[in-house]
Design a protein around this ligand. Structure first.
Ligand code: NAG
Length: 216
């Protein structure tokens, strides 16, 4: 009996500590709220992300940055998305897809270098990083906002076109590296990497806009 009581007390404490528990003790992710009319993600009235999962408090400020999407000049109906495995690719713009949501974080005051942080994965903030030499595919890596390496930092080129698209340039070893639909591609599923492109073709031109731009 005593053991049973202790067990109940312990599960009570655990429940309090973690919020919602499922039968096997895993935390159940509450769905991110969507607008019942538009089906789009529903932000708080101040425009912030209502994170429905625990984030270490020191990182909460990231959820208060304006939610953005990154669209392609080659096909403005495509946005840069990230999957659970950390791959970065183009996807049809979808106003309810958290994987297309980015925040632009300038970690070093007074500098124009920024990281692109994706908050879609539970308990973890991730940013695209150039992790190897060669054709420079990117992977999302764990983001530590207080110590951001150059291979996760970018700058925005001066707008080139009336439509306001621009290159997003790496701050890694080779500053010719720009965010690029690899192999000249701009299609659903195109892998996005960094490439030393010396041209201004559509696959290297991007625009960051509000996540719900063109949506109610
Ligand atoms: C949009 O994204 C949501 C959430 O990931 C998904 O359930 C839905 O199927 C997507 N819609 C389309 C048209 O792909």
């Amino acid at each position: 009996m005593a053991r049973l009581t202790a067990c109940f007390v312990l599960s009570g404490i655990l429940l309090l500590a973690t919020g919602i528990c499922s039968g096997n003790g895993q935390i159940v992710e509450e769905p991110f709220p969507t607008n019942p009319v538009t089906g789009c993600l529903q932000f708080r009235p101040d425009g912030h992300l209502p994170l429905t999962w625990p984030v270490p408090w020191v990182f909460e400020f990231l959820a208060k940055l304006p939610p953005l999407r990154i669209i392609s000049k080659g096909d403005p109906s495509l946005s840069i998305a990230a999957d659970d495995n950390g791959n970065v690719f183009l996807a049809k713009t979808n106003c309810s897809d958290l994987r297309q949501l980015w925040v632009q974080h300038f970690p070093y005051p007074g500098e124009n270098r920024f990281a692109l942080v994706n908050l879609a994965k539970e308990y973890e903030m991730r940013a695209p990083m150039i992790l190897e030499d060669g054709p420079y595919p990117m992977k999302l890596g764990k983001y530590a906002p207080l110590d951001v390496p150059a291979y996760a930092l970018w700058t925005q080129d001066t707008p080139l076109l009336c439509a306001g698209f621009y290159k997003i340039r790496s701050c890694y070893k080779d500053e010719r590296l720009v965010l690029d639909g690899l192999h000249g591609n701009v299609h659903e599923g195109t892998v996005v990497g960094a490439y030393p492109a010396d041209h201004s073709a559509d696959n290297v031109l991007w625009k960051m806009e509000g996540f719900l731009s063109n949506h109610p």
